[in-house]
Design a protein around this ligand. Structure first.
Ligand code: PHE
Length: 351
């Protein structure tokens, strides 16, 4: 009898060694310690033993039971420790490994040029003012002295929307009216007695309904500039723009002003800079003229001042508009304006 239960104990302990999971642990428990286990059966049969045998077997059975339960607990702890060990090993981080290199992005050449232009005008005391891309016919044309059907509109082929008189701005000049009105009137529309002088640049995207070619795009940036105050004269315009050109293209840059026409400035001009590639000798970039056209400008037309709420008998001002893509093309020798929107990394990564 004793021999039998000792044998059962050995088998149970051996089987416990092979247990590898919690489920197996449960199964082992009901097999060796449960109601139907050999141990329980032995206890039931105690009554059939002789009075001498009975206490010996009873004591031994009790010992075995305690031993198996302790072993079960120990095995459970072992399994849990092994599980934690394994998950730590699986999630281990090697902090000595070299990092993966992160490729640095870069700014688009238009953005770089724009930021350079902002910085220069900021140094000269001009604030950045943002105006809207979707404009009304009134602001984009009429208030700037382009009446309906005026031939000057031909130069700015327009994207109209399906709503009457709502269009995509063809230039940043409508922003001139918006800045002037914001300064000249209180929020409730009452005119201010002595509106503040204005010195702003207005950058933004412009849109024209044109054939896309190497020289013209349907979408491009412009940077408008506007200065309004008392006693602003043509010499202020020329001095300020020449100063800009020197900061942008180098201290020795020469400029020249050619007569031009815009409905919203009078007089109007275009500013050229001496070709920085050939120094005026004539080359491919300047098409052998020695000069490069950089921007349009002029004294703000009295009608435009009045439309903005500034009395033209008291105030005067100058305005200009330049194209950053055009400036970038000249600076970097880019021959096709379509590159700016092509998203070709071979092009973009050069800047
Ligand atoms: N808006 C003009 C254009 O797009 C440029 C310009 C701006 C000219 C301001 C004079 C003054 O061609």
């Amino acid at each position: 009898m004793l021999e039998e239960i000792n044998q059962a104990e050995r088998e149970a302990l051996e089987a416990l060694e092979a247990v590898g999971s919690n489920d197996e642990l449960q199964a082992w428990r009901s097999l060796h310690l449960g109601k139907k286990s050999q141990l329980k059966q032995q206890l039931k049969n105690l009554g059939r033993l002789s009075p001498e045998e009975r206490p010996v077997v009873g004591k031994r059975t009790h010992e075995i039971r305690q031993r198996l339960e302790a072993s079960l607990d120990a095995r459970r702890d072992e399994l849990e420790a092994a599980r934690i060990e394994a998950s730590l090993a699986a999630e281990a981080l090697d902090v000595t490994m070299p990092g993966r290199p992160v490729r640095r992005g870069r700014l688009h050449v238009s953005t770089r040029t724009l930021r350079r232009i902002y910085a220069i005008w900021a140094e000269m005391g001009f604030q950045v003012y943002r105006s809207r891309d979707v404009e009304s016919d009134e602001y984009n044309f009429q208030l700037l002295n382009f009446p309906r059907h005026h031939p000057a509109r031909e130069m700015q082929d327009t994207f109209h929307t399906t709503t009457d008189d709502v269009l995509l701005r063809t230039h940043t000049s409508p922003g001139q009216i918006r800045v002037m009105r914001e300064n000249a009137f209180d929020a409730d529309g009452t005119p201010r007695a002595d509106p503040d002088p204005i010195r702003v640049i207005l950058p933004g995207m412009c849109y024209r309904y044109e054939q896309i070619t190497a020289r013209s795009e349907i979408q491009f940036n412009q940077v408008e500039g506007l200065a309004v105050g008392r006693r602003i004269r043509m010499s202020d315009l020329k001095g300020t723009l020449t100063d800009f050109a020197r900061r942008m293209f180098g201290q020795d840059t020469r400029t020249r002003f050619r007569c031009s026409h815009f409905p919203f400035t009078e007089p109007s001009a275009e500013m050229d800079i001496e070709c920085f590639l050939c120094g005026g000798e004539g080359c491919r970039v300047c098409k052998h003229a020695g000069w490069l056209e950089i921007l349009g400008c002029g004294m703000v037309h009295p009608v435009v001042l009045a439309n903005g709420g500034y009395d033209p008998t008291v105030y005067s001002g100058f305005a200009f508009g330049m194209g950053p893509e055009r400036i970038a093309m000249l600076r970097h020798g880019i021959e096709d304006i379509r590159q700016f929107w092509a998203n070709d990394l071979r092009f973009l990564e050069q800047f």
